[in-house]
Design a protein around this ligand. Structure first.
Ligand SMILES: [Zn+2]
Ligand SMILES: [Zn+2]
Length: 141
């Protein structure tokens, strides 16, 4: 067996022969069992409004794993409208991506601000290089 095919399971860290999956066969089976539990719980009509925390509590499956099921599209958020998973930044329930709208807006603003600062620093540098000693005559902003 080729050494390059060995990998650590992303779930239990055991060494295994990497195929299509990120996890070892034992964990794969565990995950399938966990998926079954979630699917069975959600199949009941009275559980359709469950939140991810209720689902986790009732099935013993971690919120992190349920999040994966939702991201993979195995658990449908459209048929379970309250089943958002927490935003990685502020824990607001979301149904796609890693962070909520607010946080992504905030993040975008920060990036733009950073770009702005970078641009200004670059401009400043250019000015210093162009103006040379003349710059000393100007007032600091
Ligand atoms: Zn494993
Ligand atoms: Zn957020």
């Amino acid at each position: 067996m080729a050494y390059g095919n060995l990998a650590n399971c992303s779930r239990c860290d055991a060494l295994f022969v990497k195929g299509m999956r990120e996890v070892c066969p034992k964990c794969y089976q565990e995950i399938e069992k966990e998926y079954d539990k979630c699917a069975r719980f959600l199949r009941k009509r009275e559980n359709r409004g469950a939140t991810i925390y209720q689902l986790s509590e009732e099935t013993g499956v971690s919120v992190k794993q349920i999040t994966k099921f939702i991201r993979e599209g195995r658990i449908s958020v459209s048929s379970n409208p309250n089943l958002g998973y927490p935003c990685e930044n502020c824990n607001t329930p979301i149904t796609s991506g890693n962070i909520c709208d607010n946080c992504s807006r905030e993040l975008r603003r920060e990036i733009i601000q950073q770009l702005d600062v970078d641009q200004r620093l670059a401009d400043e540098e250019k000015r210093v290089n162009n103006a040379g000693y003349k710059r000393k005559a100007h007032k600091e902003e």
